[in-house]
Design a binder for this molecule. Structure first.
Ligand SMILES: *Cc1c(COP(=O)(O)O)cnc(C)c1O
Length: 361
């Protein structure tokens, strides 16, 4: 391959080309320092500048008020499955979860391992996690209500978030953060591994409200406490500096090149419309998520047979469309249309799908 392809990988995933170019441009000599950003202290003024700018961009993009702290952590979203119940719930307080498949199932598992009082208040397991439960019971005594805003593997996404009243919402937004406008006020905590929609692997965003920090038990190990990271501005120990630098560049691109979250959302809506309109117009491909729960980020679909799916994935790769294989746990095909995927990439995919259906239908 001599040229870059349209990259539909689910994560780590495509990054905006201007971001990669900027990183390449300054790789050997960051802002005249004579050193790479990879080679400087996390306590240097240069890196502090990167960190402060990344935090400011997260706050501006998500319209977070002063109660929210933006932390950059390690261990992926998977470690947050453990840290969230550790930090936000006492051993007796009930914690409520919605089970919408793989990632939320894993979050539930970790809370149970910790011996928390876990209640699964809604689940879509009855229909193979092909939808987002419509009625989500809210219990006023819950320490929080945990949801997974976008289900990367099953291709479902909340269109609106549950109204939990005074119960703080906690969301794993790993695969749709910065993809659309939403009101952050009901959220006590939002976490996201960067490698889908916000940057490279190795850093996890943790957006936590002050009142959640006030719950953190004193007896947790230092590095597991959200308060440690908040008090030290993510610099208690060496953070993943290069990954944070890349997140800053991605968010600069969203703000300054795309024009902010409303503009980003309009593009994401258009991409989703293009592919779902096509899927709904024919009988060769079948979308697996129920229409009202469809994800704008991960479009999951099947072909008439596993053989055809294999052929589709092989031939699409050769046509310059990469990463269309479904998750190994569910099979089929999946097109991940994160922020970095341009509308033209989705047009190219739909054209390929039409052509492939004609040749094989
Ligand atoms: C990818 C993904 C995860 C796992 O993230 P890690 O960073 O690998 O721990 C968790 N939740 C969602 C929604 C994901 O898409």
């Amino acid at each position: 391959m001599s040229e870059r392809i349209y990259n539909f990988n689910p994560g780590p995933a495509a990054l905006p080309l201007p971001v990669l170019e900027e990183a390449r441009e300054e790789l050997l000599n960051y802002k005249g320092s004579g050193m790479s950003i990879l080679e400087i202290s996390h306590r240097s003024a240069l890196f502090e500048g990167v960190l402060q700018s990344a935090i400011a961009r997260v706050k501006r993009l998500l319209k977070l008020d002063d109660r929210y702290h933006v932390l950059f952590m390690q261990g992926g979203a998977s470690l947050q499955f453990t840290l969230v119940p550790m930090n936000l719930a006492s051993d007796t307080a009930p914690v409520d979860y919605v089970d919408t498949g793989t990632w939320s199932t894993k979050a539930i598992k970790e809370a149970r391992i910790l011996g928390k009082n876990v209640r699964v208040v809604a689940s879509s397991e009855d229909k193979e996690f092909t939808y987002i439960p419509e009625k989500i019971p809210v219990n006023p005594d819950a320490a929080y209500l945990h949801i997974t805003s976008n289900n990367t593997i099953r291709g479902t996404q909340y269109r609106t978030f549950p109204d939990a009243g005074n119960v703080p919402l906690v969301s794993d937004m790993s695969s749709d953060i910065f993809s659309r406008v939403f009101d952050p006020a009901p959220f006590g905590l939002i976490y996201a591994g960067a490698q889908k929609n916000a940057g490279p692997a190795g850093v996890t965003l943790d957006i936590i409200r002050q009142d959640m920090l006030e719950r953190v038990p004193a007896n947790l190990p230092t590095l597991f406490k959200s308060t440690t990271h908040a008090e030290k501005n993510s610099l208690y120990n060496t953070p993943p500096c290069f990954a944070i630098y890349m997140v800053e560049l991605v968010l600069k691109w969203v703000e300054e090149t795309v024009g902010g979250l409303a503009a980003m959302e309009a593009i994401n809506r258009e991409k989703a419309r293009l592919i779902y309109d096509y899927i709904d117009s024919q009988n060769f491909y079948r979308g697996t998520a129920q229409p009202e729960s469809r994800s704008w980020m991960n479009v999951t679909f099947r072909l008439p047979s596993a053989d055809l799916e294999k052929k589709f994935i092989d031939q699409s790769q050769k046509a310059g469309l990469g990463g269309l294989k479904g998750h190994r746990s569910v099979g089929g095909c999946r097109a991940s249309l994160y922020n970095a995927m341009p509308v033209e990439g989705v047009r190219a995919l739909v054209d390929f799908m039409k052509d492939f259906a004609q040749r094989n239908g």
